[in-house]
Design a protein. Structure first.
Length: 56
């Protein structure tokens, strides 16, 4: 069976979506909190979060 490989940026986006899915509809989370909780390196998160969150 082949394994699926995704880019780091896709991995970080999936982690962020998972984190956001656990919040109540009225809750918000700072991008720095998401990065910290999901162990996403800050430098990588800054690059990908703008692209990802502008589409949410």
């Amino acid at each position: 069976m082949a394994t699926m490989q995704i880019t780091r940026q896709a991995d970080y986006a999936l982690r962020a979506m998972y984190y956001l899915s656990k919040l109540e509809p009225s809750e918000r989370a700072a991008t720095s909190l998401i990065a910290d909780e999901q162990r996403i390196p800050p430098s990588s998160w800054q690059k990908s979060s703008h692209s990802f969150l502008s589409r949410v």
